[in-house]
Design a binder for this molecule. Sequence first.
Ligand code: DQQ
Length: 535
Amino acid sequence: VSVHQLHRTAFHFQPPKNWINDPNAPMYYNGIYHFFYQYNPKGAVWGNIVWAHSVSKDMINWKALEPAIYPSHRFDRKGAWSGSATILPGNKPIILYTGVDPSDRQVQNYAVPANLSDPYLRKWIKPAGLNPVVDPEAGVNASAFRDPTTAWWLSGHWRMVVGSKRNHRGMAYLYRSRDFIHWIKAKHPLHSAPHTGMWECPDFYPVLLSGKQGLDTSVVGKQVKHVLKVSLDVTRYDYYTVGTYLTNEDRYVPDNTSVDGWAGIRYDYGNFYASKTFFDPAKNRRILWGWVNESDTTSDDVRKGWAGIQAIPRIVWLDPSQRQLMQWPIQELETLRGTNVKMNHQMLKTGDHIEVKGISAAQADVDVTFYIPSLDKVEAFNLGWSLTDAQLLCAKKGSKVQGGIGPFGLLALASENLEEYTPVFFRIFKSSQKHIVLLCSDARSSSLKDGLYKPSFAGFVDVDLTDKKLSLRSLIDHSIVESFGAGGKTCITSRVYPTLAVLENAHLYAFNNGTETIIVENLNAWSMKKPLRMN
Ligand code: DQQ
């Protein structure tokens, strides 16, 4: 392996070369999953954007096709930007996407398959006489008007949302149409919020009040809540609220347990942006795709010849608390699991780091449940610390600063003598009668190389500790550590570029730097195989 390719991922979605960003129009059609994404065919930096297209039967093994949508007309001359698919009655997919016109105005266009009997839907047409289907009208910021959602059907009309801003107010403009071609802007946006800036890549969908099943985007009723997710370009994270879709008023109202803007809940507290869900009718689940950017420098990207990957697709469902979502890697990922090693009832005393031996630690899936024998010595949560800035707390209390309960967790992509390691760990605090659980994925010690972005990503975990257990799953893939705390309550994705902890020189450890003993109740780790090309 050339030194430039040491950090290529093995089981994440990644084309052979060049720049990729947002996932676009994920959909299921006649037994095949389609995945499109923003792609620069000419290099490892953003630009010349087209819609690259891949197909799969399981979202793990892929076949790359020719780009489906690329600049060809006035209405997308300067770019074919993000958009979404809707499956129309009669099983007819249609895509809405943003085109950038010669005067840099963002307009919304539609595209349909040229031939519905081609199982791969290789060719897409953009009827020239009908596009664009939505122009930015007077009062709309034409350079911040993009990323149409999947449409939903309600009482005689299709509806969809386009992301925008009005000064600093983030906007989810609502449009209605009977035929998907003539769209009329509703008087009120579906939702908006002050001081949040541009709402990129909005996503709006129903979730069942209980259970993991996903729903078609048009489902409304008493048995559901709705989720609105926006990508805030100021912080570059994806935030969502859980709320109610008031169908009579055609407005979405977040619950009082959810907040708009950057104090809100994120899908992922690490590197994860411009995400989008779709409903998979084959397995009745809603699946989330998200773009994971690089954390190295642009010159490194150019040297590598590639930049950007997609996170492992995750199913999403509403947590029983109804305050947040849960996320978990799609079960199909497990078909790549190879050699398995286990650890059971392993004590982790203060200062221990115990190796998980016998797997390819640079390419692994690890699932562990920790047992906390006693919560008596939990440290106090200092009221000066902010509950909205987990990252700051993680920076202050890294993986080595001794606490009462924790830090404990995993050391991923670690070199033998721990010159390099990416710790993913919990630390527990107590404030009055409540436990506060912090999950960190701290890249500061991940690489000896300078000039990389090495943030101490972190999020709080809204979990009940009555059973004294905390679980953690991490997907480790050469330059990514994608972690799911407490069964998917809090997720953190880090990009890291070790220099020593690469390939067979990478190690995996369970560790504890708290004063109290922690038990690895049960750990399973698997070497992960490389996917094959779909056949
Ligand atoms: N990326 C696309 C835009 C979108 C942004 C352009 C988000 O449509 O707003 O590549 O990453």
